[in-house]
Design a protein around this ligand. Sequence first.
Ligand code: ATP
Ligand code: MG
Ligand code: FE
Length: 336
Amino acid sequence: MNILAIESSCDETAAAVVRDGRTVLSNCVSSQIEMHTIYGGVVPEIASRKHVEAVTALADQAVEQAGLTCANLDAVAVTYAPGLIGAVLVGVNFAKGAAMALDLPLIPVHHVRGHIAANYLTHPDLEPPFVCLCVSGGTTAIVDVRSYTDMAVLGGTRDDAAGECFDKVARVLGIGYPGGGPMDRLAAGGDDRKYDLPQAHVSGHELDMSFSGLKTASLNLIHNAQQKGEELDLPSFAASFGRAVSQSLVPRAMAASRKLGYGKVAVAGGVAANSRIRADLQAACAQSGDKLFLPELRYCGDNGAMIGCQGYYEFLAGHTAGAELNAYATRDISLG
Ligand code: ATP
Ligand code: MG
Ligand code: FE
């Protein structure tokens, strides 16, 4: 089954063709990062307009690179939530039009379910159930992946997402947007104990997290150093920051895995590319005996292939939609 998948929830327009959920025939991404860099973050209205400009040519390109024509497609999958509402609407309306014109089923896909599915593309042997640590620009959640389409959130952030926290701190340091990658690279060679940064606990909810305190403490530390004219040891600051984020995430993911006893842990989303988090998960799983699944770096950030993969499993579960399909800025992952 060949699925054309469309993703437009944030600042990347993406289109891909995926066969039977696991074989990526093409994966085209058009990033808007350069456009938003001058503003230090995504400008929603600009994002929507850029998606409109890119989506049709990108879908054509994905079909062509797959070595197919539209006649060989069997369904159209699309991210319908969560994301910037104007941006998601562009993909949803394009996918609706394509499905209608080609007389194909339309499959709505939850973006974070797509991030989780990136693991299936990297690991042909991976099947649910497993615990997945979902960490990206807008999401920080520990998910019980009971089956391909039955999921529940076990815990998550009470405020900022981990990726958002990376981005805001990096912006104040002036090291680029989005900031997670630059912070990760900067941390290499730094002393991760040099700066004492707070890690919050949510009392009574051992799997929940909070990153706003870490963000504020980091921004205060940077501003205070700037005011006093003190030179911040940037690699050590980035390493200390990465350690604080990882120590909030990894022990909780492992606690969730102990609780559920599947013996399988995965990680998903843009922040899953972080080398400190990957290393800490590796060490924790080596100790606990859990099998660890890390998505390839090219499938960590937003892409169409992950939507085509999850779309296949949603289709098998009968989750298709008609012209009434709407886009949502927020949506619980358990709702599909
Ligand atoms: P969501 O998936 O929650 O809707 P999003 O789609 O905007 O949000 P992604 O594109 O999946 O988020 O991930 C982007 C985030 O990943 C950004 O916050 C970015 O800084 C972060 N990121 C990318 N690479 C790294 C890295 N190596 N270390 C830490 N963070 C990273
Ligand atoms: Mg993105
Ligand atoms: Fe994402």
